[in-house]
Design a binder for this molecule. Structure first.
Ligand code: GLU
Length: 431
């Protein structure tokens, strides 16, 4: 039996700034489309950086002060939009990068939102539910008027979920006047169905990743059910993607999460893995596969690699061991620039994060629309509209990739930047 090692943490503090990576990606695409000033300077900085330090009483009576962030990158197309991440590695640099990616993601998806991201530096596993409720509500209170249904709309991200979004909505609603109680539900998306969430929102990011994979199959003439896949991460995105891909006949060979890495070359039964993870907190020990070294996640011979965890996971060192033909970035920023250069040279196609994982924010937009009209759509309606928007974005990227003769990531940025520049040109910059 192979000794189990946990996936190495991204060691991100030692790596270069994630925000610098995001800005470099932006400038490369800005050069390609000849983005003029001042658009270039404006879009390479966030508009607002909100940092709050707020005290919360723990179950044992002690008080702890938490640090929370909300970075509002851009709102020229619509209200700031983006998730809230609760993770020990959350810092200003990371949230700034994630906020910028949201601006480009929403512009590329063709939805009327800008970009933002927030979070709290915390390990949610260390706190009880009641502590977490107090932390979320106090954070919402601290953000105050910095969020709002027509201003800045948070959503779930790594370490946050529908229950937390319900608490944010409830806190915000109670802080609003009685006359607006019903109209402020859309202050946050990714809520539970009972509290005004949308059908399909929970699975939306994973569903969008699968639609992205389907689009690539159509483009290059591959059969979806002939593909073997490695998935990094079995949280909301990785688990829903794996379930849907498995249902469509894909062979999921390797799955890794924070508890371990498991492999079965005949295909892991994802319908059995889901309940196992729900009961055991992770993939480790799943009887339908064998435990392997964490690095096998990258080096196993598969057609497709789906990173669905954190940023900077596909490093140059790991890229050297990878043999896949396609990477579909379900996570934000999972591939380092050096790794991307090598993989591109080797002919590996990369469906970039702002395209591959846009399903979440697209269905957030649907939820926001449903909250505004107080009328709700069927799951089929949500999925149909989601697929249309994801495929339209892919179509635009494929056309631009050909015309600019560039990578898929550069093309995705180019499409987004042209849309943003068009709005700036029409509106002008005031005052
Ligand atoms: N956190 C998700 C993302 O990175 C969803 C954001 C949202 O729905 O606003 O795209």
């Amino acid at each position: 039996m192979v000794a189990k090692t946990k996936a190495k943490p991204a060691a991100k503090k030692a790596q270069r700034s994630l925000h610098q990576t995001a800005v470099d990606q932006f400038h490369r695409a800005a050069d390609l489309v000849g983005l003029p000033e001042p658009h270039r300077s404006i879009l390479s900085h966030p508009k607002n950086e909100v940092i709050v330090n707020f005290p919360v009483q723990l179950d044992d009576g002690r008080w702890e002060v938490f640090r929370g962030f909300r970075i509002q990158h851009n709102n020229i197309i619509g209200p700031y939009k983006g998730g809230l991440r609760f993770h020990p590695d959350v810092d200003l640099d990371e949230v700034k990068a994630l906020a910028a990616w949201m601006t480009f993601k929403c512009a590329l998806a063709g939805i009327p939102f800008g970009g933002a991201k927030g979070g709290v530096t915390i390990n949610p596993r260390d706190y009880s539910d009641s502590e977490m409720e107090r932390i979320v509500r106090r954070f919402t209170h601290a953000l105050g008027a910095n969020i709002g249904p027509e201003h800045d709309i948070p959503a779930p991200d790594v370490g946050t979920n529908a229950m937390m979004m319900d608490w944010i909505m409830d806190t915000y609603t109670n802080l609003s006047g009685p006359g607006s109680r019903q109209t402020v539900k859309g202050v946050v998306t990714g809520k539970s169905l009972a509290c005004g969430g949308s059908l399909g929102r929970n699975a939306a990011t994973g569903q969008g990743v699968l639609y992205s994979l389907r689009h690539w199959c159509g483009e290059v003439g591959e059969r979806l059910d002939s593909l073997s896949i490695s998935v990094q991460g079995f949280g909301n995105v990785g688990a829903h993607f794996s379930r849907l891909a498995y249902k469509d006949g894909c062979t999921i060979k390797v799955v890794g999460d924070h508890t371990g890495t498991i492999r079965n070359d005949d295909g892991i039964d994802i319908e059995e893995l889901g309940p196992w993870v729900a009961d055991n907190g992770g993939v480790d020990g799943f009887p339908g596969a064998r435990a392997v070294d964490a690095e096998e996640l990258f080096s196993t011979d598969v057609d497709v690699f789906v990173p669905a965890a954190l940023e900077n996971q596909i490093t140059l060192e790991r890229a050297r061991t990878m043999t896949c033909r396609l990477i579909v970035e379900a996570a934000n920023g999972p591939t380092t620039p050096e790794a991307e250069e090598l993989l591109t040279e080797q002919g590996v196609a990369i469906v970039p994060d702002i395209l591959a994982n846009a399903g979440g924010v697209i269905v957030s937009y649907f939820e926001w629309l449903q909250n505004k009209s107080s009328s709700y759509w069927s799951e089929e309606e949500v999925d149909r509209r989601l697929r249309t928007l994801v495929w339209d974005a892919h179509d635009a990227v494929v056309v631009t990739k050909k015309s600019l003769n560039c990578t898929r990531r550069e093309a995705a940025y180019a499409v987004a930047l042209e849309r943003l520049a068009d709005v700036y040109d029409r509106r002008g910059i005031f005052p």
